[in-house]
Ligand binder design. Structure first.
Ligand SMILES: [Zn+2]
Ligand SMILES: [Zn+2]
Length: 276
């Protein structure tokens, strides 16, 4: 239940940033396609996607498994190619979302409107507290790298653009970099908007409006099983039955097989045997 009035303060910096990155992604359709544009863009999309769902979300926000620090930094750095507000801001907003989902204090509930939940809250300077990490991310409060990323949150994206431009030529940057980056940003936004709106199904009686939406899981690499996720946020696995597509979980299994992930957390019903 949301009763508090919305404070809205449009951020000119974020609006400009969004226009630039979406414009550069659209430019891909007006330039000649570089070689192997589709597989390269898909590989970039999946890499950023796994960095986000596995690194930023399941690992950093929920500590759904443990891994070496270098694996954590690698995943989070790849996720930051989208410049999604730095890990400390991301985790603070997300933990707040779980604590207050669809109630007063939730930063991106579609109770405020579908488009507000999708992108409006990002453009709203008043939605996010810059030092929210002091309350919500005490476990990361002493991490020098995450504080550096808070200050220079655009750095991984700038380095990504420089790498692609200098290696493959500047004309390839829209197709190889900005198109997959923007597509992934939209897939992430859909988890907040679509998976708390009137799409998909509710299988768990959680105290929020979360829903399982299969096509969001296809786009967002398993994030669409959002009602499962709200029912057991610490689970490393979001798709709980065999047909629930969850590449993020498969990636964690692969890390586990390589000895790079341990203490993997699952709901008790999944721990006791094959999911049914
Ligand atoms: Zn949610
Ligand atoms: Zn979560």
């Amino acid at each position: 239940m949301i009763t508090a009035p919305l404070r809205f303060q449009l951020s000119p910096v974020i609006v400009s940033y969004m226009l630039v990155v979406h414009g550069l992604a659209a430019l891909a359709f007006f330039l000649p396609w570089p070689p192997y544009a589709l597989p390269v863009a898909l590989a970039v999309y999946v890499s950023i996607g796994l960095g986000t769902t596995v690194g930023l979300h399941r690992l950093l926000c929920h500590r759904a498994f443990a891994c070496p620090r270098w694996v954590e930094y690698a995943l989070v750095t790849v996720a930051m190619l989208t410049a999604q507000g730095s890990p400390l801001l991301w985790a603070a907003n997300h933990r707040l979302h779980h604590a207050k989902a669809d109630a007063d204090g939730d930063v991106h509930s579609p109770v405020r409107g579908f488009w507000y939940a999708h992108m409006g809250w990002i453009l709203n300077e008043a939605s996010t507290e810059e030092d929210g990490w002091r309350t919500w991310c005490r476990d990361m409060a002493d991490d020098g790298y995450y504080h550096w990323l808070l200050r220079y949150r655009i750095a991984p994206q700038v380095l990504g653009v420089l790498f692609v431009g200098l290696t493959f030529g500047w004309r390839t940057v829209p197709a190889y970099f900005f198109l997959p980056v923007v597509c992934w940003m939209q897939s992430t936004y859909a988890v907040n908007s679509v998976c708390h709106a009137a799409f998909g199904h509710r299988v768990h009686d959680t105290r929020d409006l979360s829903r399982n939406v299969w096509w969001v899981s296809v786009l967002a690499l398993g994030e669409g099983w959002h009602n499962n996720h709200h029912a057991f946020p610490a689970s490393a696995r979001h798709g709980w039955v065999w047909w629930q597509w969850d590449p993020g979980w498969l990636f964690i299994r692969a890390l586990q097989a390589l000895g790079l992930a341990w203490d993997v957390r699952l709901p008790s019903r999944l721990r006791s045997g094959p999911a049914a």
